[in-house]
Design a protein around this ligand. Structure first.
Ligand code: FPP
Ligand code: MG
Length: 260
């Protein structure tokens, strides 16, 4: 059985699970490239990742994930959080069989990614222009589990893990930078989730940090004001919907007035 089939078997009794699109399975792919016999380990890591996305979509109030309705949108926040907990706990139960070293690597990554998520929320409350803080946050939020996937797969194959871990860390950081770029450059159809979310949530991802460095003082203040504008506004989702509607109709980017 491949790792997706193992996951389907692990969670077959939960009907809401069937509505989840499991996505590209990048972590599982990396694990099974390093150790082709490690499909169970890949299923465990993909399950942990899935659980974290169920929680993330509640935090982000996301309506869609991977091109389908998110579990929180379809069944409500409670179900999404509890399903995340079920998937996460079952994955850890299975992880124990891989021994102390691998279990420690993976559980430390979950500790880091939870911190990364909290830092992401905190950084978005103000305008962050510090690249090191951004890189550290995306390392924890995204790259830590990819780093741990590569390290654990290497250990399971009897290889030394350090170089695999470094490869996973760097690929994870690059992956999140690209994800943050695509949020700006692509539309919902391509992304499988709404675009421009970072802007409306006041998240100064790397493109915004560079943009803020380039702008003159007047435009810098204008952008900062706009990035913060939507945060306390309960109706920002309507703005987001309006923005996307306009863009999907292939209307050129909003007039300056709209952003003011
Ligand atoms: C996606 O970020 C989120 C993550 C990669 C990690 C989220 C982690 C948690 C919610 C902690 C989970 C804790 C446990 C114990 C399972 P994003 O919002 O930038 O990406 P997106 O655009 O794909 O939503
Ligand atoms: Mg999110």
């Amino acid at each position: 059985m491949n790792y997706f089939e193992i996951m389907d078997e692990m969670f077959s009794e939960f009907e809401e699970y069937k509505d989840i699109n499991k996505g590209k399975g990048i972590r599982g792919k990396l694990i099974t490239i390093i150790n082709p016999d490690a499909h169970k380990l890949a299923a465990i890591v993909e399950s942990i990742h899935l659980a974290s996305l169920l929680h993330d979509d509640v935090i982000d109030e996301a309506e869609t994930r991977r091109g389908v309705a998110s579990i929180n949108a379809k069944y409500g926040d409670f179900t999404a959080v509890m399903l995340g907990d079920i998937i996460y706990s079952k994955a850890f139960f299975e992880l124990i069989d891989f021994g102390k070293d691998i279990a420690k690597i993976i559980s430390n990554a979950v500790y880091l990614l939870s911190q990364g998520e909290l830092e992401d929320v905190k950084l978005s409350k103000n305008i962050n222009t510090d690249k090191a803080k951004y890189i550290n946050m995306i390392y924890k939020k995204t790259a830590s589990l990819i780093e741990a996937s590569c390290a654990a797969a290497a250990l399971s194959k009897g290889y030394e893990s350090e170089k695999f871990a470094l490869y996973g860390k760097n690929i994870g950081i690059a992956f999140q930078i690209v994800d943050d770029l695509l949020d700006i450059t692509q539309d919902e159809k391509i992304l499988g989730k709404p675009s421009m979310v970072d802007y409306f949530e006041g998240k100064t991802t790397l493109p915004y940090i560079y943009l803020l460095e380039k702008l003159d003082e007047k435009d810098k203040e204008k952008l900062k004001k706009n990035l913060l504008k939507y945060l306390p506004n309960l109706f920002h989702l309507v703005d987001l919907w309006y923005y996307q509607l306009e863009r999907d109709r292939k209307v050129p980017r909003q007039s300056e007035e709209y952003y003011r």
